[in-house]
Design a protein around this ligand. Structure first.
Ligand code: CRA
Length: 838
């Protein structure tokens, strides 16, 4: 199966070497060696972190021998995928690497021989929080799939020193704590000081004539920073291939200014160093207004420029010339964050490589493709022109030139249609002028995709309508997917074992075909019972963590009703909260109510500057404070806010869910991937017809999915007609009671003002249509409760969900990108490294 390359003189790496052997004894010896020679500790005084590091290096040793081959095949392959993303959320590496290398059993044995608990060492690891949410996590799932499908791949991004903040909850409020993911060292990255590029910033441009008398433009930057490559190997599952995650750290070119120092200016001497390092210092949180943030634009340009320069260098190493760049690389722009790449590649080709404009433009468009991840207007990036000119003066000129040529073409296609011209322009000309990054990405790409069928349709009808009419052939949909390795096999070993027993182990890489075989077990009593036991075990595990982190004791027999994702009004965590209050009132009023006990669990971070999202967290915790101590509902209703939702906690949470809350206002959630993770772990979904929910419902069957609420079209129509939320309040007695209770200060120790901003918004504007959807949401929740009481039927639905979700593997998404956008061959197929052998 390609795991053991033959011993040969040409093969410098001999797997049977003690150094990287896969027997328990070899692994044990390597752990000890790494403890002493890398971590500089002896066993007697080693801490858990020391052992973790020693084990991590041991696993890394085994990754690195594959790495060498992967780099070689990258250079030999005909075309490689480069995934440009400002965010990557890979999650903890150790467990995943052990799993993908197929060395779990031996490692378990090796650690046991040393008196260590492997699972404890695995859960010791924190995670690189180099992303906000699903966009970054999607990028990580894609690397996993690309590696597994044996595609030559580089993921390019930023090595933020501080990633997404850690969340603590104090008195019900979110508190942000700096993420110090590098504090104890990072055993997974390899620093490559020799792979470094200069990135100019600021300054001005000037024209001149070159030696051949040609008119040229040159950029005279105000300053130059250096980007240093930090590499992390991302292993494929049971293959030799690893993908390369290359993140850039910014440094000063000359980190110490001796001139300044000699003149007695000590602080001045390190000023440039400080300013340069700031660029990759910290990740920007979502949902914050960013147009004025110069540093953010500098970050985007910084990593894009390093990445493109790196691609050109590697291409040249392989004997390539700039004119064939597009044949060598397929470059995906993950949202508009790296869209400046369009202008930067033009600059590199035209100004530096001296390729003429037309040819450079052809290369650029053949190279790039663009994924749009959101329709929310506040997330569509645009930069004020003065700021843009200040940071990237040469790029602004290039963008003007791209725009001039583009609008000339548009004018020919739509003579006299100046309104359309205004909308398509790369420059927004309102009172202030802006550079529109989505328009730049669209013009400079040969393919544009949305991330779920509904999202792509809406994209074509709304924000990108003019582009769709102009270039219909460029648009396509690629529905998101998630890695079945991390999101099933790794996080839910119990369920994965049952699936493998039932259908064989092929499902891990070939979900779509293989896992369907599970259907025939949905009516098998013994199988259902085993399935129930696994879920029960997962719930007990989560219950243990809940009690550790929050002190709340929950009943693992209760229905685990879970909503985890970023906190945002469009995701409507507060609609879920209204349902909790309704259930609470009903239980108080009718103790005999025939509903299952429920534990409603929330998790998610709010952007630090998003006051209303933070108030929603406080709202949930305030309801929890009242409900959780009320003896009248003890054991029947509990509310939990699980702090610091991230990849690691997600791995604990998804497998324990019975019910998955996917309740965004239809038309707002581009896709969702959490919805897939829940369903793949046997939870039923209560959800709106939004994002990928639509396709999940089709796949699992409407009878196994609890749908509710307005459709995207109905939401638009309602708003066109004029939506009056207070009428819902007036007409629905229960809703009135709930809202009045909140207003009375019942959940806020008598404070009537605390939640007023939330209530006010709901009654006056209700932008996200909570009140309109409230009745049908409640109905669906009642249905869910009733269904849960009939355990046999519930288990059946749970099994069918998993059996029918095979299409939501990120392997499927990646195959679609490969076939329709990237046109890149697998190393297997191209034979450049048949069967993973060098
Ligand atoms: N916030 C969408 O909102 C989608 C992911 C990945 C998002 C999600 O519905 O699943 O992207 N959009 O495609 C986004 O980040 C900038 O836009 C997200 O993660």
């Amino acid at each position: 199966n390609g795991r053991h390359p033959p011993k040969s003189d040409e093969n410098p790496i001999v797997r049977e070497d003690l150094r990287t052997g896969l027997t328990a004894e070899a692994i044990k010896n390597d752990i000890l060696e790494n403890l002493v020679y890398v971590q500089a500790r002896i066993p007697k005084i080693a801490t858990r972190n020391d052992w973790y590091m020693a084990l991590a290096y041991t696993v890394r040793d085994r990754l690195l021998e594959r790495w060498g081959m992967a780099i070689e095949s990258l250079q030999q392959s005909s075309r490689a995928v480069c995934y440009l993303s400002a965010e990557f959320l890979p999650g903890p590496h150790l467990g995943n690497a052990i799993l993908n290398l197929g060395m779990y059993e031996q490692t378990k044995e090796a650690t046991a021989r040393l008196g260590l608990d492997l699972d404890a060492l695995i859960s010791h690891e924190g995670e690189p929080g180099l992303g906000n949410g699903e966009l970054g996590r999607l990028a990580a799932c894609f690397l996993d799939s690309l590696a597994t499908l044996e595609i030559p791949t580089i993921g390019y991004g930023i090595r933020y020193e501080f990633g997404i903040f850690d969340q603590e909850i104090h008195d019900g409020w979110q508190r942000e704590v700096t993420d110090k993911w590098l504090a104890f060292g990072n055993p997974w990255e390899i620093v490559r000081p020799e792979i470094a590029y200069y990135v100019p910033l600021g300054g001005y441009t000037e024209t001149y004539y070159d030696r051949l008398g040609r008119f040229r433009v040159r950029w005279v930057p105000e300053r130059v920073v250096k980007g240093i490559a930090h590499d992390t190997p991302i292993p494929g599952y049971h293959v030799e291939n690893v993908a390369l995650l290359r993140l850039w750290k910014s440094e000063a070119c000359e980190s110490f200014d001796f001139q300044a120092f000699n003149e007695g200016d000590y602080y001045g001497a390190v000023e440039d160093k400080v300013a340069s390092e700031t660029i990759s210092k910290v990740l920007y949180p979502n949902d914050e207004p960013i147009p004025g943030k110069e540093l953010r634009l500098s970050q985007q340009f910084f990593f894009v420029s390093c990445s493109l320069q790196d691609m050109i260098r590697v291409h040249r190493l392989g004997g390539g010339v700039p004119a064939t760049f597009d044949r060598r690389y397929a470059v995906q722009l993950n949202d508009t964050h790296p869209a400046i790449a369009v202008a930067e590649l033009m600059r590199l080709l035209v100004d530096k490589q001296r390729i003429d404009w037309e040819r450079a433009w052809e290369i650029t468009r053949n190279t790039f493709s663009y994924t749009n991840h959101t329709l929310l207007p506040e997330a569509l990036e645009k930069w004020p022109l003065p700021l843009f000119r200040k940071v990237l003066p040469r790029h602004l000129e290039i963008i003007f030139e791209i725009n001039r040529r583009f609008l000339e073409d548009v004018r020919l296609t739509y003579p006299g249609d100046s309104e359309r011209l205004r909308r398509l322009s790369l420059i927004e000309e309102a009172d202030d002028r802006y550079v529109r990054m989505a328009n730049l990405a669209a013009v400079g790409s040969h393919a544009i995709n949305g991330v779920a069928a509904l999202h792509t349709d809406l994209l074509k009808e709304t924000v990108m309508r003019d582009f769709y009419e102009l270039y219909p052939e460029r648009f396509l949909n690629v529905t998101n997917g998630v890695s079945p390795r991390r999101w099933m096999l790794l996080c839910n070993p119990g369920m994965s074992g049952l699936i493998t027993d039932a259908v064989g182990e092929n499902w891990v890489c070939n979900s779509q075909d293989s896992i369907a075989g599970l259907e025939s077990f949905a009516d098998d009593g013994a199988f259902r019972e085993a399935w129930r036991k696994v879920k029960q075990g997962n719930k007990m595990e989560l219950a243990r963590h809940i009690s550790e982190r929050t002190g709340i004791v929950v009943n693992p027999e209760s229905l685990f009703d879970i909503q985890v994702k970023r906190i945002h009004e469009y995701k409507r965590q507060h609609l879920n909260a209204l349902h909790i209050i309704s259930l609470y009132i009903r239980l108080k009023r009718t103790p005999s109510l025939d509903v299952p006990p429920r534990t409603v669990i929330f998790g998610g971070k709010a952007a630090p500057g998003y006051a209303r999202a933070k108030l929603i967290i406080k709202f949930i915790n305030s309801i929890a404070d009242v409900v959780n101590i009320d003896p009248d509902v003890a054991d029947r209703l509990k509310v939990v806010f699980f702090p610091d939702f991230n990849v690691k906690n997600g791995q604990l949470i998804y497998p324990a869910a019975d019910l998955s809350e996917q309740i965004s206002t239809a038309g707002k959630e581009a896709s969702g991937t959490g919805n897939m993770k829940f369903s793949l772990n046997g939870a039923l979904t209560i959800g709106t017809l939004d994002g990928a929910n639509v396709e999940i419902r089709e796949a699992v069957g409407p009878e196994n999915f609890l749908v509710f609420g307005l459709t995207a079209r109905e939401v638009t129509d309602l708003k066109m007609r004029g939506y009056r939320p207070w009428e819902s309040y007036e007409q629905n007695e229960e809703l009135r009671e709930i809202i009045d209770l909140v207003r009375s200060g019942f959940f806020s120790r008598g404070d009537r003002d605390l939640f007023e901003p939330l209530v006010n918004e709901l009654l006056s504007r209700d932008e996200y249509c909570l009140l309109a959807d409230y009745p049908s949401y409640l109905e669906a929740q009642e249905k869910a409760g009733k269904a849960y009481l009939v355990q046999g039927q519930w288990l059946r639905m749970s099994i069918l969900n998993v059996a029918r979700m095979g299409g939501f593997s990120s392997d499927r998404s990646i195959r679609e990108y490969l076939d329709h956008i990237w046109k890149v061959d697998s190393l297997k197929a191209s034979g450049s490294r048949g069967n993973g052998r060098p």
